[in-house]
Design a protein around this ligand. Structure first.
Ligand SMILES: [Mn+2]
Length: 289
């Protein structure tokens, strides 16, 4: 594996050695599946750049999570058609999974999740999926494509019925009808805020292991402003971090991705928040006792 010139956290080389690293960061700069704003392809570099300014010590966990080894690999050449793109992320993550790495693809738009999920499901078999997102992404196709970022959960639910969607505040009538018909476990942002959804029960019902996909538009604009399809009224920073800590504590998360940041030259805050979020999640995965 060729390492990328930009390393997550800007770590010293002894902590980025591929053979020793528990975590592999895979930048995946693809935005062929977006529908509204662009900029997702520049997001991985922006996140890696911002990550170099993070404090390496986690004051809540009282550890330095980077010591498990975090390596950032060179992004693969990505075809600009969705089928080729999905095959590429599938091939790359499959090979990394065989080497027993915990892989974190950084998008890129949400359609990249389809390929990573395929690789992870092949490795683990029975698997559940938790999606943090403003959008339900349950459309069978969008803009004429079944591989659009608006169809990710529809593609995933063809492979597993064990899904939990949290933070949703943008959903079509057709998607809402599907949620009712198939009794899909979905916690809207409003339900989350009002405590109208039994998250513990939903988490308990979900069989391990769990794959987690985080669309950064689940967060409020005051936390992460620059995203492809922004929706007002999302999770605040501490809410989101506490929710993730709870998920990692209760479930065996065997992989996650973070998608849909949109790079904007004037916004330095959003890439920093996403970098910090990824590092928090690594801490939760490996040190959440
Ligand atoms: Mn979304």
């Amino acid at each position: 594996m060729t390492l990328y010139s930009k390393q997550f956290l800007g770590l010293e080389s002894e902590f980025t050695l591929f053979e020793k690293a528990a975590v592999v960061i895979l930048p995946f700069p693809y935005e062929g599946g977006v529908s509204y704003g662009t900029g997702a392809a520049k997001a991985p570099d922006a996140i890696l750049g911002a990550s170099c300014y993070l404090e390496l010590y986690d004051e809540v966990l009282d550890v330095e999570p980077y010591r498990i080894g975090i390596t950032t690999v060179y992004p693969p050449a990505i075809p600009d058609n969705p089928e080729g793109m999905i095959q590429t992320i599938y091939n790359t993550t499959q090979s990394l999974l065989q080497q027993e790495k915990f892989i974190i693809p950084i998008g890129g738009d949400h359609s990249i999740t389809i390929g990573y999920f395929k690789a992870i499901q092949e490795k683990y078999g029975q698997i559940s999926v938790i999606q943090l997102d403003a959008h339900a992404d349950l459309r069978n196709s969008y803009d004429g494509s079944p591989l659009s970022h608006a169809c990710v959960m529809a593609r995933i639910r063809e492979k597993t019925a064990h899904t939990l969607q949290i933070g949703i505040r943008s959903i079509s009538a057709k998607e809402a009808a599907l949620v009712k018909k198939e009794n899909i476990s979905l916690c809207t942002m409003r339900q989350f805020r009002q405590g109208d959804f039994d998250l513990d029960a939903a988490l308990n019902l979900l069989p391990d292991p769990v794959f987690l996909t985080v669309d950064v538009d689940v967060f409020d604009w005051s936390v992460i402003m620059s995203t492809g399809t922004p929706e007002p009224g999302g999770l605040l920073w501490n809410e989101g971090v506490s929710l993730l800590q709870k998920i990692f504590k209760q479930k065996n998360v065997i992989g996650f991705d973070v998608v849909e940041l949109s790079y904007q030259e004037t916004d330095r805050n959003s890439p920093f928040a996403v970098a910090k979020l990824i590092y928090k999640m690594i801490g939760f995965k490996f040190f959440n006792k």
